[in-house]
Design a protein around this ligand. Structure first.
Ligand code: TYD
Ligand code: MG
Length: 453
């Protein structure tokens, strides 16, 4: 195959160079020069012969027919939820995540579970390694074909032969296209290979799932433009020391980005966790201090989350504040409010906060549970196990209303909680709840409600 014509551009100032150099002589920036294709072979391998392209016409919005995207069922309910109902035909999904988090496992499971012809291309593992993984997760599927290949041209020639309904590429960083010379994993290789796959997906209406490695900072390795080019960006995350894994959508052209999927990594692959609240609350004895349960929402889904706090006398002059799963700045703010409004002298105390299960929570409704866990640990008094919380706290110690409160109450009731503490200002339409609803408007009232004096 003839080489495409390429040249080198500075990504900072756009200067053009005949060959690669470390420093751009035009803007004096280092490492900004990348190879780019300026002219390629026109014919694509999957092209059907002679289908003359119609010139696009501009239409008024009212004249455009709203077609429903056709979606393929992945059989995996958590993934379907995050994608917004299934894999849209012709869409390109990028799945990012730290090494060893379970990206390959998840995709192999999907490939083996789907009722469609899937091509699983791996550039990282041999066919026998993949076979070993498949036997570990104990699934087989006649429709799933496995290929170890990194050269896009070879992948495309196989694709034309077997015409898969879904293509999975593990990973985009291992791909290599002949049209440019840069080594696999470099910015220009990733961009070119991804561009070829995206073009293939759009032209043949086949969904493509790409695995993307992430850098030390947590961004998907390669050019940022990759995230702009694809339709859906998913992030697979979790604490490696915990078994729970969370799948989030960072971008989704066909659905909400608020949804999340929860999995548990087991010996035989990833198990879908369809009722997360039950596992996130740990079994424990009555009377432990520093624990409060919050009724939070992740996307459309209610989740009961356990907050654990430990407050102890500071050993050093500057007290330590540490938090896992909760924003440390927000913790500091809540502590300052407690100090000022509820008279707690936290200035000389170390405060450690942990969200059980290795989750990261952004729902502001967890504030009240954080505050109460801290109070409980400071006062060495346990909060009764059948009480939960759902409210945000403001800077002056006011307890603020949170969204979709009824959904939270229903979840708490379903899990057997007897009391839920929320803001006085939250409007609730339904009145037939069995759970006792306690409404408060200031932090001081909480102390009165929960603790003895
Ligand atoms: P993997 O899917 O290879 O991660 P990634 O592709 O994101 O790098 O995940 C592998 C990890 O998961 C590895 O540490 C072993 C573990 N694992 C299980 O615990 N159970 C299993 O059934 C499988 C297949 C893997
Ligand atoms: Mg992998």
């Amino acid at each position: 195959m003839a080489k495409a014509k390429t040249t080198f551009f500075c990504q900072n100032c756009g200067a053009q160079f005949p060959k690669w150099t470390g420093k751009c002589t035009s803007c004096n920036q280092w490492n900004t020069i990348v190879e780019e294709v300026i002219q390629k072979e026109e014919k694509r391998q999957w092209d059907k012969p002679a289908s003359p392209r119609k010139a696009a016409k501009a239409l008024a919005i009212k004249d455009i027919e709203a077609g429903n995207e056709e979606r393929l069922n992945t059989i995996n309910q958590e993934l379907n939820r995050v994608l917004g109902g299934g894999l849209v035909k012709g869409s390109v999904v990028l799945l990012g995540g730290e090494p060893g988090i379970g990206k390959s496992t998840l995709l192999l499971q999907i490939a083996l579970g789907m009722n469609h012809r899937v091509l699983y291309v791996s550039g990282e593992e041999s066919q026998s390694q993949i076979k070993m993984r498949a036997s570990r997760i104990d699934q087989t599927n006649e429709n799933c074909l496995v290929l170890t290949e990194t050269k896009t041209q070879n992948i495309f020639s196989l694709i034309t032969e077997i015409e898969p309904e879904v293509v999975i590429i593990d990973s985009v960083q291992t791909l290599h296209t002949e049209t440019i010379e840069a080594s696999p994993g470099s910015i220009s290789q990733i961009r070119e290979s991804a561009a070829e796959l995206i073009k293939y997906a759009k032209e043949t209406n086949t969904p493509v799932v790409l695995v993307g490695h992430i850098t030390k900072e947590g961004a998907i390795a390669g050019p940022k433009i990759l995230e702009h080019m694809v339709d859906v960006v998913l992030q697979f995350e979790g604490d490696r020391n915990h078994t729970y894994r969370i799948l989030r959508a960072q971008k989704n052209r066909f659905g909400s980005t608020a949804e999340l999927g929860i999995y548990e990594m087991q010996n035989n692959g990833l198990r879908e966790v369809s009722n997360p609240s039950e596992i996130l609350i740990s079994d424990k004895d009555e009377g432990l201090t520093g624990i409060a349960i919050s009724a939070t929402l992740e996307g459309m889904r209610p989740l009961m989350i356990e907050v654990q706090a430990l407050v102890s006398t500071a050993v050093y002059g500057t007290p330590q504040r540490s938090s896992t799963g909760f924003n440390i700045k927000r913790l500091n703010m809540l502590l300052a409010v407690l100090e000022k409004k509820a008279g707690f002298r936290l200035g000389a105390k170390d405060v450690f906060l942990n969200i059980a299960g290795g989750l990261k929570v952004e729902d502001p409704a967890i504030d009240l549970a954080v505050v109460c866990a801290v109070l409980s640990s400071t006062r060495e008094e346990a909060i009764p196990q059948d009480v939960c919380f759902a409210a945000e706290m403001g800077l002056s110690g006011e307890i603020r209303a949170v969204s979709r409160i009824e959904q939270r109450i229903i979840e708490a009731e379903k899990l057997g909680f007897k009391k839920i503490i929320l803001s006085k200002f939250n409007k609730i339409a339904r009145t037939d709840f069995e759970i006792e609803i306690i409404r408060v408007s200031k932090i001081e009232q909480i102390v009165f409600q929960l603790f003895s004096d």
